[in-house]
Design a protein. Structure first.
Length: 427
């Protein structure tokens, strides 16, 4: 199974559909448990808002009973008297002013909570997108490393073959043959490790997307990998953290906490409600037509005012106020951290892009140096060790370019996410 999996990872599979980054993100949003959890949290917040507004509607209840009661009327317990009993009631209650309008404040706070939950939902989806982006580029990097390792192995194997041929006619020493063999073994080991790393990266991408490995699982379309954008493009963007969903959620929850603290102070106010009821009772039931003969009606207004509760309200107000202030302090710390992180992220984007450009130049130089070293070696002006060093430098330059490109794309994506934007998923 391991060999079959490795073959599929290297070749991409004959019938496996290649997907670009946007395709993998779509799969994750549709299949990942994290996306389903975020959706459930948002649904719970909507339900809480609906529940907090229930006071706007009247409460209607109905009850009915039927029974038989008897009383013993003889000292020896041989006789008793009894009667049937029937009753029914209907009660209607509507809150007019609950503890000085406390419920209205709670409803307002819950609306802020729903807005915060919606921001959390956007933040969770953006976090999932970033996880897919990182896993996707991990596969791209691993595949690039494998390609570089295979090319290095081809060069080392070719050099070993030529060295063995020269050794057979006495053209090189035993030491030089050993050097070529060691170089080829190192290149083969590097290719093996690269294949294993690609295996691990691909499995990580599947897990992030909420999938499991199968021969029909999609592959990564490396031909659709983006090109890093220059820092000038990043500078042209609006560097405003107001679009960051995590920060927006923290701000909304801070507002919610202060509204909730204000609501807790309304517990010292009276409550006013309107009530209406209907009741009927009798010792026999002669049909529904007989009910209006013995029913009663009531309509009134009820006032309730808790004047003293052992300072429980005062303690609750102080606790809610302290929690709101603690939340505001955490919000200010989060804002300061993100502001400083934004400047650092901008510098990281510029540095990663410059590193990618320089890595391309380094690869060109390494290729030219290897070509010159090969010519010099063939003319006898360079030792085999010098040629092998140039060959290793070329392999490192190829891998370095792959790594620099991925780093530039990741730093760019993190900068987008910090601003609250979805990273570039395709051209």
């Amino acid at each position: 199974m391991t060999g079959f999996l490795t073959l599929l990872l290297v070749t991409g599979g004959a019938d496996r559909p290649p997907l670009d980054l946007s395709g993998w993100v779509s799969l994750a949003l549709a299949n990942s448990p994290a996306a389903a959890g975020a959706e459930a949290s948002l649904s719970a917040a909507r339900a809480e808002l609906k529940a907090s507004g229930s006071f706007l509607w009247p409460t209607l209840s109905f009850s009915a009973s039927s029974g038989y009661a008897w009383v013993s009327n003889q000292p020896d317990g041989d006789g008793h008297t009894g009667s049937d009993s029937y009753s029914a009631s209907l009660a209607l209650s509507q809150e007019l002013l609950g503890t000085g309008g406390r419920n209205w404040l709670i409803l307002r706070a819950q609306r802020k909570g729903l807005q915060a939950a919606e921001a959390d939902y956007r933040a969770a989806r953006l976090e999932l997108v970033m996880r897919v982006v990182e896993a996707y580029y991990a596969v791209v990097e691993a595949e690039g490393f494998l390609a570089a390792a295979n090319r290095a192995l081809e060069l080392s194997a070719g050099q070993l073959e030529r060295t063995e041929a020269l050794y057979g006619i006495g053209g090189v020493t035993t030491l030089e043959l050993l050097q070529a063999q060691v170089q080829e073994s190192r290149a083969r080991l590097g290719a093996t490790r690269s294949r294993q790393n690609l295996n691990n990266a691909y499995n990580g991408l599947l897990q992030t997307a909420g999938l499991v490995f199968s021969p029909e699982a999609p592959w990564v379309d490396t031909a659709a990998v983006l090109t890093p954008v220059p820092p000038d493009f990043i500078d042209s963007m609006e560097h405003d953290l107001s679009g960051n969903p995590a920060l927006a959620a923290a701000r909304l929850r801070s507002e919610q906490a202060f509204i909730t603290a204000e609501a807790s102070g309304r517990n010292a106010w009276p409550s006013l409600s309107a009530n209406a009821s209907w009741a009927w009772s009798d010792n026999r039931f002669d049909g529904f037509g007989s009910i209006p003969d013995k029913d009663t009606w009531f309509v009134g207004i009820h006032l309730n005012w808790t004047i003293f509760d052992g300072f429980s309200r005062e303690a609750a107000v102080r606790s809610a106020r302290a929690g709101a202030l603690r939340g505001r302090a955490a919000l200010e710390e989060m804002e300061a951290s993100m502001e400083s992180g934004l400047a650092a992220a901008r510098g990281s984007v510029a540095a990663a892009y410059e590193s990618w450009v320089l890595s391309g130049l380094a690869l060109e130089q390494a290729e030219e140096q290897y070509r010159l070293s090969r010519l010099t070696y063939d003319m006898g002006g360079l030792s085999l060790m010098g040629l092998l060093d140039a060959q290793e430098t070329l392999a490192e330059a190829r891998a370095g370019l792959v790594s620099a490109r991925v780093d530039a794309l990741l730093e760019e994506a993190r900068f987008y996410a910090l601003l609250g934007y979805t990273p570039r998923l395709g051209e």
